[in-house]
Design a protein around this ligand. Structure first.
Ligand SMILES: [Fe+2]
Length: 313
């Protein structure tokens, strides 16, 4: 059998026209999506990369608002239709569960938790699951304050952890790949949450469990595309559409997506595709932003520096 090909988008952060982005700065995300989607459609048309599935790994909306999901739904449905494949979505820390579910679904835009293709089982893990609550009616709901979700760097909780284990046991596929928003144990200090990394380490390092079938993970969240190894697996981090950074080059990066090829033998290869355009130049990053991205400054400290600069300007 030929390789399974999947395209990944992440951190699309759709915004209503003229809405203020969370954190104060964003590319025009609908334009960024249109440019990256057109790039992928052209790769599919010329045969250089024809995906079997497209995934979007969270932070679909910038503030978790219904109007933002409706913008996302129209664009995702358009891309899925142009490619003739489905687009499957999993949430991030900027999302809100009820709003996402109510507004996003279309015949070709889905929120499946398990997708099997050939010898592979793709699990769509909710890396926000540990911050969700169960209300008096037994419904799984967002925490009372949006900030409690927004400012988290990943939490599986016991139910999601048990679900991952059970799906690995029940699937008859040879290989499992995990799609999720928060990559565990990032090499940079930013977005590090060692409790969350520990939850994944427990799953991935259990040699007597079916989780040994997990061959790798694909996420987003950091807006810094990279790849690294964790618990002897590759972890791939997707470019974002809101704003995108390279610490190595100390510049902004254009928006982009990732391509993946999954082999019958359990092999995975993935490439970052960035779509350069004068609307998002590779501008040098200032010292404070670099310190933030390296994890040397907290968001609160960074905000104070920005406020001081603005006051002095
Ligand atoms: Fe994001």
């Amino acid at each position: 059998m030929t390789d399974i090909r999947i395209a990944q988008f992440s951190d699309t952060h759709f915004l209503e026209a003229d809405a203020e982005p969370e954190g104060g700065f964003a590319y025009e995300t609908s334009q960024a999506f249109d440019a990256t989607a057109a790039h992928l459609v052209s790769a599919s048309t010329d045969g250089s990369f024809s995906p079997d599935l497209v995934v979007a790994t969270g932070d679909i909306a910038d503030h978790g608002r219904s109007a933002q999901y409706r913008i996302a739904a129209d664009r995702f449905a358009g891309l899925a239709s142009d490619l003739g494949v489905a687009m499957n979505v999993t949430p991030g820390n900027h999302d809100r569960d009820a709003e996402l579910s109510a507004a996003l679904g279309r015949p070709n835009v889905t929120m499946s938790r398990v997708v099997e293709i050939g010898t592979w089982c793709f699990l769509f893990v909710d890396s926000n699951a540990g911050v969700m609550r169960v209300d008096d009616d037994g419904r799984r709901v967002d925490p009372p304050s949006y900030d409690d979700r927004l400012h988290r760097n990943g939490s599986l909780g016991t139910a999601e952890t048990a679900w991952v284990r059970e799906m690995c046991e029940l699937t008859t596929a040879d290989h499992v790949f995990v799609w999720l928003h928060h990559p565990p144990h990032l090499p940079s200090g930013l977005s590090a949450d060692e409790t969350y990394a520990g939850e994944w380490r427990t799953l991935l390092e259990d040699e007597n469990s079916a989780t040994t079938k997990i061959r790798g993970l694909g996420g987003g969240h950091t807006h810094m595309p990279t790849d690294y190894r964790f618990a002897e697996r590759p972890v791939f981090v997707c470019p974002a559409l809101k704003n995108n950074f390279s610490v190595e080059a100390a510049t902004m990066l254009p928006p982009g997506y990732r391509t993946y090829a999954f082999g019958d033998d359990g092999s995975i290869s993935s490439e970052v595709v960035l779509v350069d355009d004068e609307r998002w130049p590779r501008r040098p990053l200032g010292r404070a932003v670099m310190s933030l991205l390296k994890g040397e400054l907290t968001y609160a400290e960074f905000d104070e520096i920005v406020a001081r600069k603005r006051a002095g300007a």
